[in-house]
Design a protein around this ligand. Structure first.
Ligand code: SAH
Ligand code: SF4
Ligand code: F3S
Length: 472
């Protein structure tokens, strides 16, 4: 789920550190108060910040890309691992210098860390004026008003219904080509290591008509790709009052039918929920990308059981087989993996490596286990794998992924890929960078092309992170 800037191999520590993702929309501000938002964690949080910006605009605020100029600063936080929280605490220390210069500055904590710590945050971080959980964003203008009177303002109620379906997000940090659409909220899965069910509440699916309308609007505005977001998109299920029932496969087909030039991606799939119907829908539509993010977490059945993932190694491998059978060898597959979960032995770690070899993943997000207070694992199991062992196992997982990524990328040399140009490449203005069907970054000479164009590129070279080619 977490946002990536480019396909490079990331480990625990750099994953949330890619950039300081802040509001980059500077609006006309005359007479208006200014809002600055920074987002941490997964794509859901980035997407939520766009909802928050819309709510605040309705309340008369303008967005700014400069924290120093802001009247209100929001940090939309992540609690997934301890280091994600440490990063935010560190950032609060930096923001203190602004608050000292401008005591009327309001600082708000939003998102998962706010939900996890609730009023405790106010005791621990004196700079914080406002605490708002993921389901409280409609209430934010009221919380700001309350805080302006000098009292601390908190709303951390979780909802069973809120999907913000009627709020048109303000696209922040947008390249104008790719956008996220949130299709569901919350998670009911209770993986034993994971804090998300506690910070995001119960699972609920958003009205499909509002999702399709948002996709149509984006396409009309020039966007060429949407990513449907949820913690567990394959369990999307919507039921209307007159018993119309929409599954994730149905929704995918509806969004893909908006226009053949609107590409559709989705994330994240839980292996227990992804169905053949979804795979066949991907196969049926050229504009649904041939790429699946299928977190494994471990390659060992005993550990998967302790993690409460509800599948075992064999089930997972059989899912990989189904994907390759229905979508072909070229389908891009990525994973999430955790090293050093409670009581993991060296042999069990080897099972993770062998599962990765079998799956031949294109890409991965890999983490050392970080115990989260209140989770099932924290209550039931001992976090007993020493830190240096977790780190060493993690580095073995990352090294293997690097090799697999390179091997997978080398397969593409000599092939022609349809690439959606997203903007200039990082290294040179003479090149454009975009992504192919499998979500891989492809760099090619700009020529007369511009961002938003689909370009056929012959792949001629690669690294483990990038494909390089020429236009055909
Ligand atoms: N809903 C997604 C995952 C969201 S969290 C899914 O189920 O696939 C993103 C990733 O963070 C997880 O897949 C897991 O690999 C990692 N993660 C979650 N909790 C963690 C923890 N306590 N320690 C280390 N990594 C964790
Ligand atoms: Fe966390 Fe599991 Fe839900 Fe993913 S499916 S958000 S890992 S509880
Ligand atoms: Fe996302 Fe982090 Fe929350 S990964 S759901 S922002 S805990």
């Amino acid at each position: 789920m977490e946002r990536i800037a480019e396909l490079t191999i990331l480990s625990t520590d750099d994953k949330e550190a890619i950039d300081l993702p802040r509001t980059s929309v500077d609006e006309l501000v005359e007479g208006k108060k200014r809002l600055y938002i920074e987002s941490y964690g997964c794509q859901m949080n980035f997407s939520d910040s766009e909802i928050v910006a819309a709510v605040m605009r309705n309340a008369g605020f303008a967005t700014t890309s400069s924290a120093e100029d802001a009247d209100v600063i929001f940090l939309n936080t992540c609690a997934i691992r301890d280091n994600a929280e440490q990063k935010v605490r560190h950032r609060l220390k930096q923001l203190n210098t602004y608050k000292k210069k401008k005591p009327e500055l309001m600082v708000g904590m939003l998102g998962c860390m706010a939900e996890r710590l609730k009023t405790k945050l106010l005791e621990e971080e004196h700079i914080v004026d406002i605490v708002a959980g993921p389901d409280a964003y409609r209430d934010i203008p009221k919380l700001v008003e309350e805080a302006e009177t000098g009292q601390k303002a908190v709303n951390v109620f979780l909802s069973r219904e809120e999907t913000y379906a009627d709020i048109a997000p303000i696209r922040l940090n947008s390249n104008g080509i790719t956008a996220f659409i949130s299709i569901m909220r919350g998670c009911d899965n209770m993986c034993s290591f994971c804090v998300v069910p506690f910070t995001r509440g119960r699972e609920r699916s958003r009205d499909p008509y509002s999702i399709v309308r948002e996709a149509e609007q984006l396409f009309a505005d020039g966007y060429k790709e949407v990513t449907l977001l949820g913690q567990n998109v394959d369990s999307y299920k919507w039921q209307s009052d007159n018993a119309e029932s929409v599954t994730f496969a149905d929704l995918l087909a509806r969004v893909a039918s908006v226009h053949p030039d609107l590409r559709v991606r989705f994330s994240t799939s839980h292996p227990k929920d992804i169905t053949d119907e979804v795979l066949h829908t991907i196969a049926r539509f050229d504009n649904i990308c041939n790429y699946i993010h299928l977190p494994a977490q471990s390659g060992n059945s005993r550990i998967l059981e302790l993690m409460n993932r509800t599948y075992d190694r064999e089930w997972y491998l059989q899912k990989i087989d189904r994907i390759r059978a229905i979508l072909g060898e070229e389908c891009g597959i990525s994973h999430d993996m955790i090293s050093g979960f409670c009581s993991e032995t060296e042999e069990e770690h080897q099972d993770t490596l062998s599962l990765m070899e079998y799956a031949r993943y294109d890409y991965g997000y890999m983490f050392a286990y970080s115990e989260r207070p209140g989770t099932l694992a924290a209550k039931k199991y001992k976090d007993d794998v020493p830190e240096d062992v977790k780190k060493r196992r993690l580095s073995e997982i990352i090294a293997l992924q690097q090799r697999l990524s390179l091997e997978r990328n080398q397969r593409h040399i000599g092939q022609i890929h349809r690439v959606l140009a997203e903007g200039p490449s990082k290294r040179s203005d003479a090149d454009l960078s975009g992504r192919n069907d499998q979500n891989k970054v492809v760099v090619f000479p700009r020529g007369t092309f511009k961002k938003g164009d689909y370009v056929n590129v012959l792949i001629t070279e690669c690294s483990s992170a990038t494909l390089i080619g020429t236009v055909v």
